[in-house]
Design a binder for this molecule. Structure first.
Ligand code: COA
Ligand code: AMP
Length: 626
């Protein structure tokens, strides 16, 4: 180990020098003279005097440098049987024209635009068009229900909403437009215009505020890049917290561009002309950072994939795309690999394809279980590299820096902290615990460039959610430990956030839906281990006194209610009626003990338990099942 320790130490000892040097990878209309503005802690800003445009950095500058004919985006959609490709010039032209569409609808720098789209190139076009105007996009994942979309519209107050008429799931065509209409009805300050990309699988009926994407594009004048301050917001991305209300993570322009460019070169070892595929969704942070922005910022080719890893059409779906487009790295969640392994354990499909272009498999989004790790290494014969990050951080907190200095891989560890992330493992008293002991993973402030700057219009919640538990630190919500080599091991969330198929969800919001049912006195939703999705939610409800129900009927109603109010992505399939929930004497439900029993672990039951018999009675319904 030579380069990494030096680089990491420099980033912490002299952040100004380190990040100003890294800022050289980005084109600025006014280059920053300072990196960190720490005049208003705990609200730090990066490159306070710099000005730039993120879309210019992602597209125009590559064209100006003579690379307009290079592939920028490859779209592969096995679910529709279509594919297409865009050079940098073609993508820039589409983006500039759609920026003109948005401007024609009154969108200016600072205005918000909500994007609710499946994995189509137009989703990337819409994001970059917002960036081009200095407008702030907020992409909402298509698996969320109208109520969740409405909550995001209410908070972001977008001027315009951009959607597609439908998305395609293996078992059904999902009509988006009726959901948008329902959400708009619920939102107190709805957008004044909705732009609809019509897809043949289900064309939408347009109303008075709706516009057809194609028609507007035909008439639009291309718009130029609008210069913004580095600290101006680029996007809002809502993520699950411990309570039902989603948190609007605010990402800036300058810090984001610098951090992502650094990560592409140094973590992923990627550069101009490489073909990069992040098999995620633009509705999640991985999609923002590594489908849309980072690959384009460094002049690489990004693959936009609409479909699942298996069944579209078979278990070779991923391998087919890699071989067809000579993909150099795949980035996905472990759950996708588990899905493939489940239907094709011997990897017979994989053997049919030439995967010689593939250099690395990057995995993140949930804990990488050693079994999945070993299967992937053996079958693919390339390094399988875990790394750990969150919506809030926007890029890896801990990773194996393949571009800077590849480090030995230890299964189960996302490896070492990345520059600017001063990671500490703190006990409940806020003191660092001895090496090897598991406790709260925290990051000393300030966080590096590219991380969240606050929560949208809610500085107070930002401080209360992340900065108040351990003063001077950002609390990640994850627990873990460092080993003797300085490798970090991330073991799981220490709060009520769960991770289902790489999707981050709040059990609190599911509990809110269950509790709203008139028959329910109290409830708990816990995440239990699942061999495919990592975790799945399970609900437990206690009925109000005197309520009689037909077995199975209420349970089904509650499952449907969660799907209706949160969306299919919540993946709550099981609710059980129980006589009581285990609680402490102060009335707190012992979810942690329930989780431990459900996962087959031996979690000591706290001495503060009110009535141990209640927990004992639950053991049979909680016991793990395959
Ligand atoms: N629009 C509408 N519905 C959606 C949706 C979308 N964009 N995405 C998912 N859903 C629906 C699914 O159809 C499913 O509905 P169902 O209950 O009727 O079957 C439900 O939401 C749950 O989806 P999911 O948890 O993704 O399960 P799945 O069985 O459809 O797929 C995997 C499981 C593992 C194959 C899939 O989640 C996957 O490929 N994940 C890895 C990649 C990834 O998304 N990573 C994100 C972070 S890197
Ligand atoms: P999200 O904000 O959706 O990216 O989810 C972030 C959460 O996913 C983290 O707080 C972790 O709990 C989990 N996570 C992400 N990557 C990893 C990883 N490599 N190992 C373990 N957990 C991870």
């Amino acid at each position: 180990m030579v380069a990494y320790p030096k680089v990491y130490a420099e980033s912490l000892n002299d952040p100004d020098r380190f990040w100003l040097a890294a800022a050289g990878a980005v084109s600025w209309s006014r280059p920053p003279q300072h990196a960190l503005d720490d005049s208003r802690p705990p609200f730090y800003r990066w490159f306070p005097d710099g000005r730039l445009n993120t879309c210019y950095n992602a597209l125009d500058r590559h064209i100006e440098a003579g690379h307009g004919d290079r592939q920028a985006l490859i779209y592969e959609s096995p679910v529709t049987g279509s594919s297409s490709q865009f050079t940098y010039s073609q993508l820039r032209d589409e983006v500039a024209r759609f920026a003109g569409v948005l401007r024609g609808l009154g969108v200016e720098a600072g205005d918000r635009v909500v994007i609710y789209m499946p994995m189509v190139p137009e989703a990337v076009v819409a994001m970059l068009a917002c960036a081009r105007l200095g407008a702030v996009h907020s992409v909402v994942f298509g698996g969320f229900a109208p109520k969740e979309l409405a909550a995001r519209i209410a908070d972001a107050e977008p001027k315009v909403l951009v959607c597609a008429s439908c998305g395609i799931e293996p078992s059904r065509v999902v009509e988006y437009k009726p959901m948008v209409d329902a959400a708009i009805k619920l939102a107190p300050a709805p957008p004044s215009a909705v732009v609809v990309l019509q897809r043949d699988q289900a064309r939408a009926q347009l109303g008075p505020r709706d516009h057809d994407w194609d028609e507007l594009m035909q008439k639009a004048e291309p718009a130029d890049c609008v210069d913004v301050a580095a600290a101006d917001p680029l996007y809002l991305l809502y993520t699950s917290g411990t309570t039902g209300k989603p948190k609007g993570v605010v990402r800036d322009n300058g810090g984001h561009a610098v951090a992502l460019a650094w990560s592409m070169t140094n973590i992923y070892g990627f550069g101009p002309g490489d073909v990069w595929w992040a098999a995620s969704d633009v509705g999640w942070v991985v999609g923002h950072s590594y489908i849309t922005y980072a690959p384009l910022l460094v002049g690489a080719t990004t693959v936009v994939y609409e479909g699942k890893p298996v069944g579209t059409p078979d278990a070779g779906a991923f391998w087919r795309v890699i071989s067809r487009h000579r993909v150099n790295a795949l980035f996905t969640a472990p759950t996708a690999i588990r899905a493939i392994k489940r239907v094709d354990p011997q990897a017979t499909e994989l053997a049919k394809y030439d995967l010689s272009s593939l250099r690395t498999l990057f995995l993140a989004g949930e804990r990488l279980d050693p079994e999945t790790y070993h299967w992937a290494v053996e079958r693919l014969g390339v390094p399988v590299v875990d790394h750990w990050w969150q919506t809030e951080t926007g890029w890896a907190i801990a990773a194996n820096p393949r571009g800077l200095q590849p480090m030995p891989i230890k299964p189960g560890s996302p490896t070492v902290p990345m520059p600017g992330f001063d990671v500490a493992v703190l006990g409940p008293d806020g003191e660092p615990v001895p090496q090897g002991s598991e406790a709260n993973i925290c990051i000393k402030l300030p966080l590096p460039p590219g991380t969240l700057t606050t929560l949208w219009r809610d500085d107070e919640r930002y401080v209360q959610s992340y900065l108040s538990q351990f003063p001077g630190y950002y609390a990640t919500g994850d627990g873990g430990f460092f080993d003797e080599d300085g490798y970090l091991f991330v073991m799981g969330r220490s709060d009520d956030v769960i991770n289902v198929a790489g999707h981050r969800l709040s059990t609190g919001s599911m509990e809110a839906v269950l509790a709203a049912h008139p028959a329910v006195a109290e409830c708990a939703v816990i995440g239990v281990r699942d061999s495919l999705k990592g975790q799945v939610p399970k609900g437990f409800v206690v009925l109000k006194a005197g309520v009689n129900v037909v077995p199975g009927v209420l349970e089904e109603e509650l499952v449907k209610a969660v799907r209706r109010d949160i969306g299919p992505v919540a993946a709550l399939k099981e609710v059980t009626i129980v006589d009581g929930l285990p609680k402490t004497r102060s009335g707190k439900i012992l979810r942690k003990s329930m989780r431990a029993i459900a996962d087959g672990n031996s979690e000591p039951v706290p001495s503060t338990i009110e009535d141990p018999a209640v927990l004992d009675a639950l053991r049979t319904v909680l016991a793990p099942r395959e």
